[in-house]
Design a protein around this ligand. Structure first.
Ligand SMILES: [Zn+2]
Length: 558
């Protein structure tokens, strides 16, 4: 009897010692969490979103200031350069600037139409050439322009579009019909994104592609399209100079599309609804499109900034925090304010990297695995910096446990919830759930999955390579004001400030909710950093097969 009790007593004593050891570790954890502060975050956001940083365009004076600032902050914290001796990874970019005075000419109807660039249509080329044109190219309406075998959908079925100009709708049929059986219902799939539509049209050999802009399914107004597709267009330098892309990629304004369809004797609304039905067949418009582009080409180099906190035991396994440092720079053609300060988007996420890095240095000892803090470039130009890293990784993707991305943080105060964009995609959700519970908060799926946000920030570049990626967004259930209030605030930001010079730092921001979010994201990486498992994508996601193959090749290397 005595013996029986004696052993547990020793065990209890041992446990008590273990817990007190744990306790001192917890103190490190506590001071780590406490070091994440709204004042410091705000101070840094104010610095890099000031006019002095010139809107942080890639390969600009603003870049110089931004990457220098980040490097110095990481250095001060004692983090190591993550790319050999350097805190930078060079990203070779090509910048193509088209002549803005181009016209889209439509012939073949009773009337010749000539639409002007900017307000009526936008057209650019990814081909690295000085001149490129589409002339008298037959126009075809291709519905959503989607080939998706898993949804048994092929808008290109039975038509050869080689040399033709295709006109397509934005988003996917699931969004338009709200039919949960079609694609992913209202939630946008990658097939709904303009990037996909351009890629598919190129695979099909089309000469040109125009997407019909509609604000709701695009999730942004014409202003965003106009700004995004005029002025310099950045791309990664590719071996074929992007000659496999369509000659012209663009958008047309909805009114312009209406005019074009009327000229062809077709009813756009009727065709739109036909395009949502399985078995839709492409409709030749009987019109011809001509547009010629004159480009000036500039090669440049931009930089991802990467700092390393080496792990204490399994240092060759990595957890990466990402946030894009870039924004749109300066637009000299604007009247009034010309600087795109990008305070919310994404000085907040960029400076959050510094707060998180600082927190990790406050631990008694670093996590077992290494943590990388990565400020990537050229996100606004199509996720280019993260795409470059994910396809030219400094550390192997199959040794990269997870990516945690931050883009445009919460400025409205404390929330009862936290949103996971792409909820249900990966086992990383469980880590967020656990950390949220500790804060007395709950996790909610993306309230606006139709915006396709999962495909619109840097974690997606990693997901495409199979690396499990987490992207959270502040919740919407405000502790004091509830959900409707937050929705209105967010919608107002999208309408008035998103990708506009007015996205500026405001001392009235309430960053208390963001501090909660950052502490939560700290805990996610902290836990991942001390585990030996590799959380995976869930069955049925488009990224799991890639990850499984990558991990298998890692095992073979051993
Ligand atoms: Zn952003």
């Amino acid at each position: 009897m005595l013996k029986k009790y004696f052993v547990p007593t020793i065990l209890m004593a041992a446990l008590a010692i273990a817990f007190s050891g744990c306790g001192s570790k917890d103190k490190g954890l506590e001071s780590a969490l406490e070091s994440i502060s709204a004042e410091e975050l705000a101070k840094n956001v104010e610095i890099i979103s000031s006019d002095e940083f010139e809107g942080r365009a890639p390969a600009s004076k603003g870049e110089e200031k931004t990457v220098k600032f980040l490097k110095e902050e990481f250095q001060k914290l004692g983090l190591k350069p993550a790319n050999g001796e350097s805190y930078f990874q060079e990203v070779p970019l090509v910048e193509i600037t088209g002549d803005p005075n181009i016209k889209l000419k439509i012939t073949g109807g009773k009337k010749v139409h000539s639409f002007s660039c900017g307000d009526e249509f936008v057209g650019v080329t990814q081909r690295v050439v000085e001149e490129v044109a589409v002339s008298d190219s037959e126009m075809v309406f291709l519905g959503y322009g989607i080939v998706a075998p898993e949804y048994n959908w092929n808008d290109y079925d039975g038509i050869n579009v080689r040399g033709k100009t295709v006109v397509v709708l934005v988003n996917d049929p699931g969004f338009a019909t709200e039919n949960p059986e079609l694609f992913n219902g209202r939630a946008m799939t990658y097939y709904g994104r303009w990037t996909y539509k351009y890629e598919e049209a190129a695979r099909q050999g089309a000469a040109g592609i125009f997407i019909i802009h509609e604000t709701e399914p695009a999730a942004y107004g014409w202003g965003v399209v106009k700004k995004g597709w005029t002025g310099p267009q950045f791309n990664l330098v590719s071996e074929d100079n992007n000659l496999s892309r369509c000659a012209v990629e663009g958008w047309v304004q909805l009114d312009v599309a209406d005019k074009i369809f009327k000229e062809s004797g077709k009813n756009l609304d009727e065709l739109k609804s036909a395009a949502t039905k399985q078995g839709f067949k492409a409709v030749p418009l009987g019109l011809k499109a001509s547009v010629s582009l004159k480009n000036s080409i500039r090669y440049s180099k931009s930089r991802n900034v990467i700092a390393l906190l080496p792990g204490s035991k399994r240092a060759d396994e990595y957890i990466i925090y990402t946030a894009h440092w870039d924004h749109f720079g300066i637009d000299p053609t604007l009247e009034g304010d010309q600087i795109f300060n990008g305070a919310l988007d994404n000085a907040t996420g960029t400076c959050a990297l510094i707060e998180l890095a600082e927190a990790f240095t406050k631990l008694k000892s670093p996590p077992l695995r290494s943590i990388l803090f990565m400020a990537v470039t050229a996100e606004e130009q199509g996720l280019l910096g993260s795409l470059y890293y994910a396809t030219h990784p400094v550390y192997p993707t199959n040794k990269t446990v997870a990516v945690i991305n931050m883009d445009a943080l919460n400025i409205y105060g404390k929330m009862k919830d936290i949103t996971i964009i792409g909820y249900g995609n990966s086992e990383l959700d469980d880590y967020v759930e656990a950390a949220a519970r500790e804060q007395g908060r709950r996790v909610r799926p993306d309230p606006k999955p139709e915006r396709g946000s999962f495909y619109r920030s840097d974690h997606f570049s990693f997901a495409k390579q199979g690396v499990p990626a987490l992207y959270t967004s502040s919740g919407i259930d405000h502790v004091e004001y509830g959900e409707e209030w937050t929705r209105q605030k967010r919608d107002k930001y999208i309408a008035e400030n998103y990708h506009k010079p007015s996205d500026e730092y405001d001392p009235n921001w309430d960053l208390s909710g963001t501090i909660d979010d950052l502490r939560l994201l700290f805990k996610v990486a902290y836990r991942l950093g001390n585990e030996s498992t590799f959380p995976n994508w869930k069955e049925g996601t488009e990224f799991k097969a890639k990850r499984d193959a990558d991990m298998k090749s890692a095992r073979k290397q051993l």
